[in-house]
Design a binder for this molecule. Structure first.
Ligand code: CTP
Ligand code: CA
Length: 228
């Protein structure tokens, strides 16, 4: 009986990974969020740690168990997620993977008291403002040598993802078709297309844990063969 040990070729590297949704307060009892389960980001953190990396996982509210040996930082809002990324990347990280489904908007002003229904109107208007783009901010500040994003799309998946790769200045973008109900948000399986400036690669549909191992290998090989 022979057990194959996982190669420890990421020893000495620091990988920072975001996961899960963010939660934007409307008032003390209500929030805006999305269906991200965190499974993909947690699987990536587990896979990178298993290969020897020191991993910081910055996570929005999820049900996933904390992966062993990973530095888990729990946050709620996008603003908190960006602040946690920055404070954990004061020394340039080797790889950043933005797997979080960051809420695009937050309340312009979250009220500190519970909002009351108005009896004279059947409508309510909430004014939302854009959240900071976490991965674009970190890329601009060169907080990691290599930047990997995800793109959640419901149509023109590869075309839109390529646009985000260029616009955000990323090295790699992993495109996810979130219109399908058998993969992606909240599912245990995923199918993605991995896009770099020069190549695209579509690994077959697989369990997120298995896919995460393949993605970590791809990212590592990319970093080993591409100047940062
Ligand atoms: N992202 C981020 N900060 C945001 C929004 C997104 O860091 N405020 C990151 C995500 O973690 C992901 C990538 O950007 O790695 C793409 O996210 P996505 O929602 O697909 O793209 P957006 O740029 O938000 O564009 P849109 O939702 O309009 O398609
Ligand atoms: Ca978005």
């Amino acid at each position: 009986f022979e057990q194959t040990a996982i190669k420890q070729d990421l020893t000495g590297q620091h990988w920072v990974i975001t996961a899960g949704p963010t939660m934007e307060a409307i008032d003390p009892v209500r929030y805006i969020s999305n269906h991200s389960s965190g499974k993909m980001g947690y699987a990536l953190a587990t896979a990178a740690q298993a290969r020897g990396a020191s991993v910081t996982l910055i996570s929005g509210p999820v049900q996933c168990a904390a992966p062993h040996g990973v530095n888990l930082v729990s946050v709620k809002s996008a603003d908190e997620m960006l602040a946690a990324c920055e404070s954990n990347m004061t020394q340039q990280a080797d790889v950043f993977i933005g797997a979080a489904a960051v809420a695009d908007f937050k309340m312009k002003t979250a009220t500190d008291q519970k909002m009351k229904k108005q009896s004279d109107s059947d409508e309510i208007q909430l004014t939302l403002v854009k959240n900071p783009d976490i991965i674009a901010t970190l890329t601009q500040k060169k907080r990691a040598k290599y930047m990997v994003g995800f793109a959640a799309e419901t149509q023109k998946v590869v075309e839109y993802a390529k646009g985000k790769l260029v616009k955000k200045g990323l090295d790699i973008i992993i495109a996810n078709d979130v219109s399908r109900t058998d993969i992606g948000f909240n599912q245990d399986q995923n199918q993605v297309t991995v896009i770099t400036k020069d190549n695209t690669w579509s690994p077959s549909k697989a369990a997120k844990k298995e896919l995460a191992t393949q993605l970590v290998s791809f990212i590592y090989e990319y970093t080993a063969s591409t100047p940062s």
